[in-house]
Ligand binder design. Structure first.
Ligand code: F3S
Ligand code: F3S
Length: 123
């Protein structure tokens, strides 16, 4: 199991989660080349140790504690988190395509300010 970043992170990219993660498994960091092009940040599921530190750090409640607890409206982003790999252009573009498709199919959620969006995610 691993924690999952979801759509309130889109264009927010606060990075407070990066600062508190003890195993540096949230990417891209600000000093990584993909940061500018990435729409959201991603948690590497094999490296995440489920410590929970990132959840309260996120100002827009974008992080869920497992794929199973990630709401149905956000499920496709579980895969985006899993496939993103810093330094792998193919993985980066595949992850970003998933995010773009998510945005296109959830315009209702995108109309809600990021800080209020998690409340509208549903179950
Ligand atoms: Fe890192 Fe712990 Fe979150 S390992 S991604 S801060 S759950
Ligand atoms: Fe995104 Fe929240 Fe981290 S906005 S970058 S998940 S602190």
């Amino acid at each position: 199991m691993a924690f999952v970043i979801t759509d309130p992170c889109i264009d927010t990219k606060d990075t407070a989660c990066v600062d508190v993660c003890p195993v540096d498994c949230i990417h891209p960091r600000k000093d990584e080349p993909e940061f500018a092009q990435a729409t959201i940040l991603y948690i590497h599921p094999d490296e995440c140790i489920d410590c929970g530190a990132c959840v309260p750090a996120c100002p827009v409640a974008a992080i869920y504690d497992a794929p199973d607890s990630t709401p149905a409206s956000q499920k496709t982003l579980v895969e985006a988190n899993a496939i993103f790999r810093t330094g792998d252009p193919d993985a980066v573009s595949r992850a970003e395509e998933i995010v773009k498709a998510h945005v296109a199919s959830h315009q209702d959620l995108m109309q809600i300010p990021a800080a209020e969006r998690a409340a509208a995610h549903g179950k």
